[in-house]
Design a protein around this ligand. Structure first.
Ligand SMILES: *Cc1c(COP(=O)(O)O)cnc(C)c1O
Length: 385
């Protein structure tokens, strides 16, 4: 039996008429960009995340760029993040005129190691009237960007406490963590800003591209509102911004889907529990580790195995959907050669990039399919010995 990594059709089937009515409404109103549909979504999304404001934009990548600019990242500033993430985390830093400065991750959660963050700042930085700067060359630290990878928040208690001490703004890359919680607080409500992607494979996916920035700070939200539309109001421009708006039709689809998000999270979490129970008895597989404070939404269910590439091929041969997120850490990407990193600089990221494999976890999987995935992995190890 073939099991897909993700099948969005199954999620849309029960709400297909609601989605069609959004399309019909858009044809009738002819409001295609922003408009009341987007403003309603912004309100509902802010309420869902527990923030004062939410500002729609064209993608998660743009959400990161806009948020970095709005928290005050200036050209040439360092932004601290991890190399084990989707490319856009670091790509957005460069597009916001910053420079990615990588710190390694924890091997169990794949999220930034807060002790490395604390040590790096203590060893390298001083507070000046320009803000926090690197002692040796005066480069400013513009922001810290924890990535909540695979649906689990980074250790936001430690990160916020370190960054409060240094007075460095935190921009959460919450693109994989919509609705996930840390000590009962939702992703995007802990830092100065939270950034979300509505790419179709995210837990809250549009029928196309879309993004959102959440914040409690009205002046930041207003700045992003201006930046997403060429940095102006009316035809008066104080700065140069972007064209990064959210389509009304996507906002409409997202409003329908937001109402189902909690039940979809439940489905993924149930599937994750099924796997984790099964893998407890299978020594070769390390199941995801979720911290006590964390409530994961399992955008991915990512296991670690020693013989990753062999298992990957085996699963593919047996039509079990799987993928490697991510095979090459960002500090080793060709386009970041200029940053001067090399092999061995981030040993944890490098090691896990050779061990991880993500398997199907979407909420509409049947019990039969879950069993098939587990049995196929078991068969691989049974055949090996
Ligand atoms: C998906 C994703 C992004 C980018 O979102 P897009 O909507 O595709 O631009 C950024 N960071 C992370 C961690 C992501 O998973």
């Amino acid at each position: 039996m073939a099991v897909p990594l993700l099948d969005i059709k199954r999620q849309h089937q029960p709400i297909i008429e609601d989605l069609r009515s959004v399309f019909n409404r858009a044809l009738e109103t002819s409001r295609f960009i922003k408009g009341p549909e987007m403003e309603q979504l912004e309100k509902e999304f802010a309420e869902y995340c527990g923030t004062e404001r939410a500002v729609g934009c064209a993608s998660g990548t743009d959400a990161l760029i806009l948020a970095l600019m709005a928290v005050g990242v200036k050209p040439g500033d360092f932004v601290l993040t991890t190399p084990f993430t989707f490319f856009a985390s670091a790509g957005a830093i460069v597009r916001a005129s910053g420079i990615p400065l990588f710190l390694d991750i924890l091997p169990d959660t794949f999220n930034i190691d807060p002790e490395l963050l604390s040590e790096w700042l203590t060893d390298n930085c001083v507070v000046t009237n320009r803000g926090v700067v690197v002692k040796s060359n005066g480069t400013r630290i513009g922001a810290v960007m924890p990535v909540h990878l695979f649906g689990q928040l980074a250790d936001m208690d430690r990160i916020m406490s370190i960054c409060k001490d240094w007075r460095i703004p935190v921009v959460e890359d919450a693109c994989q963590a919509v609705g996930a919680k840390w000590s009962e607080k939702r992703a995007g409500s802990l830092g100065a800003a939270g950034c979300f992607s509505f790419f179709p494979s995210k837990n809250l996916g549009a029928l196309g591209d879309g993004g959102m920035v959440t914040t409690d700070r009205p002046e930041m939200a207003d700045r992003i509102v201006s930046l997403r539309e060429h940095g102006g109001r009316g035809y008066i421009h104080e700065e140069v911004g972007f064209n990064s708006r959210l389509d009304a039709i996507q906002a409409g689809f997202l409003r329908i889907k937001l109402a189902h998000l909690e039940s979809w999270h439940k489905g993924r979490r149930k599937n994750a529990r099924f796997y984790s129970k099964a893998f407890r008895k299978l020594g070769q597989v390390t199941a995801p580790v979720i911290k006590n404070e964390a409530w994961s939404i399992y955008n991915q269910y990512t296991i670690k195995v020693a013989d990753r590439d062999e298992l990957l091929n085996y699963l593919r041969e047996h039509d079990i959907g799987c993928a490697v997120y991510y095979p090459l850490p960002l500090h080793l990407q060709k386009c970041f050669e200029c940053l001067g990193y090399g092999e061995g600089d981030f040993p944890v990221s490098e090691a896990v990039s050779k061990e991880v494999i993500s398997i199907p976890v979407f909420g509409e999987l049947t019990e039969e399919e879950l069993v098939e995935v587990v049995e196929t992995i078991k068969a691989f190890y049974a055949e090996k010995v």
